[in-house]
Design a protein around this ligand. Structure first.
Ligand SMILES: Nc1nc2c(ncn2[C@@H]2O[C@H](COP(=O)(O)OP(=O)(O)OP(=O)(O)O)[C@@H](O)[C@H]2O)c(=O)[nH]1
Ligand SMILES: [Mg+2]
Length: 213
């Protein structure tokens, strides 16, 4: 039987081809890494759950997009239904860092008037000798965009869990504050069957109020 979850978040991976989006996802969902990886064709789908706090399990639906320009018409159709996005660049490839602002602008404009919660990922941190982007530069870009920055390596399994957990936590907190909510015709966030577990005290109070005896 499928594990029960309270919420489902749809998360999308964005960034140039070969930055390591699929490798990051395979490490996070299957715990595997390969030095040989085929470019993604169109869009791939992965899933994993995270226990965000006691009694609250979040199912992540993870959409892996092709970075190659020729698939852009397919990948753009997945932006709208995502609540979170990982903007990924390769720390050893300057161009991929320079393109992050374009990715951010393209996606943000596409989903207007709605918003997405992003995290900036500097990937392939294991290749420290080939680094072309400093941590300071990347942190500055993240600050300009108003988002978090994390350096990851799928090869060494460094910070992979942390990156997904931070993004999930940010979305969850915004949801608890009411800044993100489920809405008809949008698949970014969904409530599971046991969503009431989240606020049992409020539920109890509601029940007492509506009691006629
Ligand atoms: N050294 C190192 N190489 C990595 C890492 N992650 C991915 N790679 C390599 O980078 C190459 C591209 O990885 P992919 O995961 O296919 O990149 P992608 O972003 O999914 O590319 P597209 O599907 O074309 O958009 C592969 O040869 C991977 O083995 C990492 O953490 N460290
Ligand atoms: Mg890929």
């Amino acid at each position: 039987m499928d594990t029960l979850w309270q919420y489902q978040f749809r998360i999308i991976l964005l960034g140039d081809s070969t930055v390591g989006k699929s490798s990051l996802l395979k490490r996070f969902t299957d715990g595997i890494y390969s030095d040989v990886a085929d470019p993604t064709v169109g869009v791939d789908f992965y899933a994993r759950s995270i226990d965000i706090e006691p009694g609250v399990k979040i199912k992540l639906q993870l959409w892996d997009t092709a970075g190659q320009e020729r698939f852009r018409s397919i990948t753009t159709s997945y932006y709208r239904n995502s609540v979170g996005g990982l903007l990924v660049f390769d720390l050893t490839n300057r161009k991929t860092f320079d393109h992050v602002r374009e990715w951010h602008r393209e996606v943000s404009e596409h989903i207007l008037p709605h918003h997405m919660v992003y995290i900036l990922i500097g990937h392939k941190s294991d290749l420290s000798r080939d680094r072309k982007v400093t941590r300071d530069e990347a942190e500055q870009l993240a600050a300009d965009l108003g988002i978090r920055y994390v350096e990851t390596s799928a090869k060494c399994n460094s910070n992979v869990e942390r990156a997904f957990e931070l993004l999930t936590r940010d979305i969850y907190e915004l949801m608890k504050m009411g800044e993100i909510s489920t809405r008809d015709g949008w698949d970014g966030v969904k409530s599971g069957l046991t969503a009431k577990v989240l606020y049992p005290a409020e539920e109890e109070a509601e029940r007492e109020k509506s009691c006629n005896c």
